[in-house]
Ligand binder design. Structure first.
Ligand code: HEC
Ligand code: HEC
Ligand code: HEC
Ligand code: HEC
Ligand code: HEC
Length: 227
């Protein structure tokens, strides 16, 4: 009689120990699945989604700012200047280039292509504008760079010092340039030029006390920046 009770005893004492054992391995599986799921959704959200969301385009001609800024006479204004009427001539026309590129002067493929495809055919280069805002937005360079005395870097970053033009990326859903939402998919902003959404314009206007041109204005404020 002592034998069966002996075998039952250990069995009884083993089974309560065995149950938590299965539970904890089940828990480990759940945690593993959770980690897998989390990693997969992070890859989806941070890597796959942004690559699907934006389509990439190369500029028609790769332009080297660093090289040109030392060649031209008036620095940035040789190509980006205010017209007599105060409007800003942002995208350079061939007029800013032909004095030097009437014919090919170097040995680079990019220049040869630029001259044969555009200069010789008298065709303007269809430059893509990184900072492009939607049509409903009114923006004035004079208000910011002349009256506000701001430099180009504040809003555009360091394009003016670069060797190559960046790849242009456009949001497939909204049609906006990626520079509006910014490179960071979560919208994290470290520099003033990382993002240029409505709130970014407005935030600076509040900080700089240009309150009539801020989203927080009770009425009328919308039409300072919208047409
Ligand atoms: C003041 C003279 C000057 C003006 C104005 C000028 N360039 Fe140039 N550009 C140069 C020189 C010098 C080079 C270097 C040529 C070489 O030795 O390869 C060059 C090179 C280039 C190249 C080849 C660069 C590379 O590294 O691949 C391109 C493309 C180009 N220019 C486009 C333009 C465009 C577009 C404009 C007008 C918006 C323009 N340039 C205006 C002087 C000028
Ligand atoms: C020889 C002509 C030339 C000179 C000089 C020049 N740029 Fe440019 N710049 C260009 C061309 C061409 C582009 C391409 C067009 C574009 O991106 O819209 C460009 C584009 C830019 C852009 C990008 C605008 C956008 O959102 O697409 C910025 C910002 C800029 N230049 C700033 C500067 C600054 C700052 C300087 C002076 C340090 C300068 N540039 C000097 C020809 C020039
Ligand atoms: C307060 C921010 C701000 C500052 C400062 C600023 N820009 Fe811009 N820039 C913009 C915005 C916003 C756009 C797009 C405008 C639009 O889509 O109507 C733009 C557009 C441009 C373009 C493309 C224009 C076109 O033809 O579509 C060029 C080139 C440019 N800026 C160069 C410059 C240069 C050079 C400076 C310095 C002298 C400068 N920007 C200063 C915000 C700024
Ligand atoms: C980093 C700061 C800054 C950013 C970013 C900025 N602005 Fe401004 N903005 C100013 C300042 C400063 C003024 C006032 C300039 C002055 O009159 O002295 C101004 C003035 C203006 C005005 C003229 C207001 C008036 O009553 O004359 C308009 C329109 C405007 N901004 C639109 C925009 C838009 C649209 C954007 C975003 C695409 C933008 N701004 C981004 C600083 C900024
Ligand atoms: C400081 C300038 C500024 C002011 C003030 C402003 N907006 Fe905007 N708004 C923008 C810019 C820049 C964009 C484009 C970038 C974006 O979508 O964030 C925009 C985009 C929008 C859009 C989306 C349009 C589209 O085609 O995607 C709406 C809607 C809008 N604004 C409504 C308003 C209303 C309503 C007000 C007044 C309460 C207002 N805005 C005031 C600058 C401004």
């Amino acid at each position: 009689m002592s034998n069966p009770s002996d075998t039952t005893q250990p069995e009884k004492s083993e089974s309560p120990a065995a149950t938590p054992g299965t539970e904890s391995s089940g828990g480990a599986v759940v945690i593993l699945f959770f980690i897998f799921g989390l990693a997969a959704s992070m890859v989806l959200g941070w890597v796959i989604f942004p690559t699907l969301l934006y389509s990439k385009k190369k500029q028609p001609v790769d332009f080297n700012h660093a090289l040109h800024v030392v060649e031209v006479e008036n620095g940035c204004q040789s190509c980006h200047f205010f017209r007599e009427d105060g409007t800003f001539s942002g995208r350079p026309t061939l007029e800013s280039c032909v004095t030097c590129h009437e014919s090919v002067q170097g040995a680079t493929e990019e220049e040869a292509r630029f001259v044969s495809q555009y200069v010789e055919k008298n065709r303007e280069v269809p430059w893509l504008v990184y900072a492009q805002q939607p049509d409903c937005v009114f923006f004035s360079h004079a208000a910011h760079t002349i009256k506000g005395k701001m430099d180009c870097v504040t809003c555009h970053g360091h394009i003016g010092e670069s060797d190559h033009l960046p790849i242009y990326e456009v949001n497939r859903i909204t049609g906006y340039s990626r520079n509006i939402w910014g490179r960071n998919i979560a919208g994290i902003k470290r520099n003033t030029w990382d993002r240029m959404k409505m709130d970014d314009c407005s935030e600076c206007h509040i900080r700089e006390n240009v309150r009539q041109a801020s989203v927080q204005t009770e009425k009328g404020g919308c039409f300072v920046c919208h047409k």
